[in-house]
Design a protein around this ligand. Structure first.
Ligand SMILES: *Cc1c(COP(=O)(O)O)cnc(C)c1O
Length: 363
């Protein structure tokens, strides 16, 4: 039977190997997987359960709803610490308690709101604090953290478990911004000497031991995304996205391919038309510059439409039903992302549920 749908293969053995590699690069400090956005689209429960087996005990999600869902999957036998990056949103206290979540407090307003609510609890509420060291996105401004350290009563009813910050330019090791953020973070975390600290996400882990502190927060690198937004041989592809050939067409020089008048062939071209398009999550902007893997070589992606994508296969013999790899060990996600002017994170979270999903490797 000729397959007619794209296929997303999730390799849990590669995931486990990446986790151990990252722990090693982080010098053995704790690595807390970031499984926000449903585990970068691959399934937060699936990913977290497998990494629990590898020894992960703390996890990060972005939204409260993601934390609730993850707690549900982990169940009573896997009592993970689940940090919620969005922090505390008034009115959600009951949910935080029921799902035993740890909010990452991000602002003075959140501190006041969470304290006002937590004072009625019979025990201090576990929280983390995020401080902004120069990314200017999320986190307390440093002056507010200093004030907080000077007035411990402002933390009454809260049990501070982690102090963290996030790097804005860690994918460019030569960018002085990382060292600058590090030098701002050091004195801030020193205000809370008893509390574990965390600064590095995936790329930060590769910046060296100065950036590791007590805990690192890998996301994309768990799935094979390289620290400098290009392939890194130490990390394995976890997601392989492939599509079967529906048709092979020989098209004359000067003909136009696909919609509009964008792609005019400069030479006679054999095109494999495959059963995947942007409705399956393939970034439309990857046409023209992205390349897919077929029979031992990377080949230009000529056109991407909603359901079908055309690949220039040169003179290589090809038949309907044969598979083309769009993302995987040969067609690296970082390269496809770069071709589309994006990052591996976006490439991964876009992969839709239309493609068939196959999980390989022990769960
Ligand atoms: C998303 C996120 C991470 C993980 O980032 P990666 O680049 O995927 O490793 C870590 N920390 C914070 C605060 C984040 O928002």
């Amino acid at each position: 039977m000729t397959p007619i749908a794209a296929r997303l293969t999730i390799d849990l053995k590669a995931l486990a190997a990446n986790y151990q590699t990252l722990r090693q690069i982080a010098g053995g400090v704790e690595a807390a997987p970031v499984v926000k956005a449903d585990g970068y689209g691959l399934g937060a429960g699936l990913i977290a359960e497998r990494l629990w087996r590898e020894g992960a005990r703390r996890f990060f999600v972005a939204r409260l709803s993601e934390g609730v869902a993850l707690r549900h999957t982990m169940g009573p036998n896997r009592p993970a610490v689940i940090y919620v990056l969005d922090g505390y949103i008034p009115g959600t206290g009951g949910t935080i308690i029921d799902a035993a979540l740890t909010p990452v407090i991000n602002s003075q307003a959140q501190i006041q709101e969470v304290r006002a609510w937590a004072k009625a609890l019979p025990y201090p509420l576990p929280v983390a604090l995020q401080v902004d060291t120069g990314m200017n996105r999320q986190g307390l401004v440093p002056e507010h953290l200093v004030e907080l350290a000077q007035r411990p009563e402002d933390m009454a009813g809260l049990d501070l478990r982690l102090i963290m910050s996030h790097l804005g330019s860690s994918t460019r090791p030569s960018d002085p911004r990382s060292a600058d953020q590090l030098s701002r973070f050091r004195p801030l975390r020193a205000l809370f000497p008893e509390t574990p600290a965390s600064l590095a996400a995936s790329a930060g882990i590769f910046l060296g031991s100065d950036y590791h502190f007590d805990l690192v927060r890998p996301g994309i690198s768990l799935f094979g995304g390289g620290p400098e937004e290009k392939p890194d041989p130490r990390l394995k592809a976890v997601a392989t996205f492939e599509a079967p050939i529906c048709d092979v067409r020989a098209v004359a020089m000067g003909e136009t391919v696909g919609y509009g008048s964008g792609t005019v062939l400069q030479k006679p071209t054999r095109l494999a038309v495959i059963a995947a398009g942007y409705a399956d999550g393939l970034l439309r902007m990857s046409k023209g510059r992205g390349r897919a893997w077929f029979k031992g070589a990377l080949r230009p992606i000529v056109s991407v439409t909603m359901d079908l994508t055309s690949i220039d296969i040169g003179n290589t013999p090809a038949a309907p039903g044969e598979w083309v790899e769009l993302i995987g060990p040969n067609a690296h996600i970082d390269n496809l992302a770069a071709a589309a002017g994006s990052v591996a994170h976006e490439c991964l979270v876009r992969l839709s549920t239309r493609a068939d999903r196959v999980v390989i490797g022990e769960r």
